[in-house]
Write a protein that binds this ligand. Sequence first.
Ligand code: PMP
Length: 285
Amino acid sequence: MAFKVWINGRLFDKDDAKISVYDHGLLYGDGVFEGLRSYGGKVFRLEAHLNRLWNSAKAILLEIPMSRAEMARAVNETLEINGLEDSYIRLIVTRGAGSLGLDPNRTANPQVIVITDHITVYPEQLYRQGLEIITASTVRNHPAALNPRIKSLNYLNNILAKIECMQAGCMEALMLNHKGEVAECTADNIFLVRGGVLLTPPTDAGVLEGITREAVMELARQAGREVREVPITKHDVYIAEECFLTGTAVEVIAVVKVDSRKIGSGAPGPITRDLKERFHQLTRC
Ligand code: PMP
């Protein structure tokens, strides 16, 4: 079935959902986006995603031409029209069409787009076995250049790291920041388990403030586990008892090998499995 796409308040068939080639979102990656999921027709943490979208837009001085409540309505309407229960949702706000120069003042009409589609997830086998990842040589964007907290339409930094890991036969890559500390993966946050304590890089290490990261930290604390946001090195990753990634698409997935080093026992660990299950309960109840 061809899903309808919502653009600026109107619904279009997928094949007719088009915006200008002069849009600065296309010309320069000038815009922001969000990736969300719905479970059983209910959008997971919609408000948190809208807050992050508005914060990203604020950071790049882009005014979203509607309210959060209107955006929430657009998301729910689009889901309903497409008859989707479990879905992936992409929100996009571009700077709008303008001249061929960079000047954002010469653009007009930011384009607001809501795409809802089926969600593609990793094969179940990868969840059972855990992922093998590598460290990319591409360094995560310097926060003073383009802060990774901004979910901008320019994802080349992540794509370059993704190309590296795909060429190495892996699905994800660990990205270090300009100081050589662990930041995050190309589309996921990272957690370690050491001495039963969860460790994850702080946001000032240059990471996206993942909605799943936040939910997993809450779940871990509710389960009586200590969670520390601390700088992490590659060495910390290599010697961790457990390692896992979090993200809207992957939810919680174990990492069992990093740069050819086996992590812990080499199989998804008990804390990872427990948090994966708790996250599953949280999204499906
Ligand atoms: N880091 C990056 C770079 C991402 O693109 C994503 C996916 N949005 C994440 C982390 C995970 O964030 P979330 O849990 O909000 O999907």
